[in-house]
Design a protein around this ligand. Structure first.
Ligand SMILES: Nc1nc2c(c(=O)[nH]1)N[C@H]1C(S)=C(S)[C@@H](COP(=O)(O)O)O[C@H]1N2
Ligand SMILES: [Mo]
Length: 310
């Protein structure tokens, strides 16, 4: 029993009743389910992606308009200007797409993207995203905790870090024809950060599949860290014993550390991190420690000097 999305099905063919998760039914099924193939379907059709709204992870702050979330981006594979990704990312082919899990795991595997889409229950979560360049957004993302995939991979006792590797294909990604960063784009987290329930394996936003410029078909969102930690268009997730050296660390070791937790007290060498401009606002607002998620994540860094481990 396996579910395949019907490519001919239009979003308008699906009634809201079928389209959104029935949470109670899901919980009942999940209780008895041993395989991902038992998850209820359908969850998506065309560009639409269904998800129940998270009760726990939401914000009363105003959401950044769709046109800004999808029109003002950092995605250097498509150029360094903020409107380059929206203009150029149509050349990215997001099907077929696979994500390879490798390294220090008992269950290495190459997942098809459509298999990953149904691995766990999708949730809409409203998170702040704080770019290191001192602008910020509030976005309703859709995904499920990265921990769900990590559990499937069964990390070995040696696994201490998780590395995310984005697609490298200069044919599809014109920005990769110049060496602004070392390609492929890579990022990383400590295993406990990657397992934290806030870390979202993300497939969509605003009720639809990720637009290409936002990292289709699969990215991570790590809301307590600067935006560059949230790697887009991921093709490989590698479990390692050693801390990965990321593209940004290579580009500027004194400017970009491995941890990159949002921290108003640790300035970027070239500008302050104390304040941020929410897209659409005129005035700046103070930046919050851990981007406002300190209650949830500060405990991950007990005993660490966050000025040293910036
Ligand atoms: N592969 C890849 N991932 C990336 C980037 C990039 O250039 N390449 N830019 C990062 C930066 S700096 C930010 S702020 C966020 C922006 O995500 P958004 O465009 O969805 O808001 O993506 C991050 N992920
Ligand atoms: Mo960023």
């Amino acid at each position: 029993m396996s579910y395949r999305p019907d490519p001919h099905l239009l979003p308008s063919d699906i009634t809201p009743r079928e389209y959104y998760y029935d949470r109670r039914r899901f919980m009942q099924m999940a209780a008895g389910a041993t395989a991902a193939s038992l998850l209820p379907a359908p969850l998506w059709a065309g560009d639409k992606l269904a998800a129940g709204k998270s009760q726990a992870y939401t914000l009363s702050e105003e959401q950044t308009p769709y046109k800004d979330v999808t029109g003002y981006n950092n995605f250097y594979e498509f150029g360094t200007g903020k409107d380059d990704p929206a203009q150029n990312a149509h050349s990215l082919k997001t099907r077929p797409w696979t994500v390879t899990i490798e390294g220090e795991v008992h269950k290495p595997k190459t997942w098809d993207i459509d298999e990953l889409l149904k691995l766990a229950a999708m949730e809409e979560r409203v998170y702040r995203l704080r770019c290191v360049e001192a602008w910020s957004m509030v976005v309703p993302w859709i995904g499920y905790p990265l921990a769900e995939l990590i559990k499937q991979a069964e990390p070995t006792g040696n696994a201490k870090f998780v590395e995310f590797i984005s697609l490298h294909d200069p044919m599809q990604m014109p920005g990769q024809r110049s060496a602004v960063l070392e390609w492929p784009y890579n990022e990383g987290l400590r295993l406990d950060e990657a397992m934290h329930p806030l870390t979202l394996l993300t497939f969509g936003l605003y009720g639809e599949m990720l637009p290409n410029q936002n990292g289709a078909p699969i990215r991570v969102v790590v809301p307590w860290k600067y935006g560059f930690k949230s790697a887009k268009s991921i093709v490989k997730i590698r479990f390692t014993e050693q801390q990965p050296i990321t593209s940004w660390m290579k580009a500027g070791p004194s400017e970009y550390g491995f941890y990159s937790n949002v921290n108003p007290e640790v300035d970027h060498p070239r500008w302050t991190q104390a304040k941020e401009r929410r897209i659409g606002d005129f005035l700046k607002r103070p930046t919050l420690p851990f981007n406002g998620y300190a209650d949830e994540v500060a405990g991950l860094y007990t005993g660490m000097d966050l000025k040293t481990y910036f």
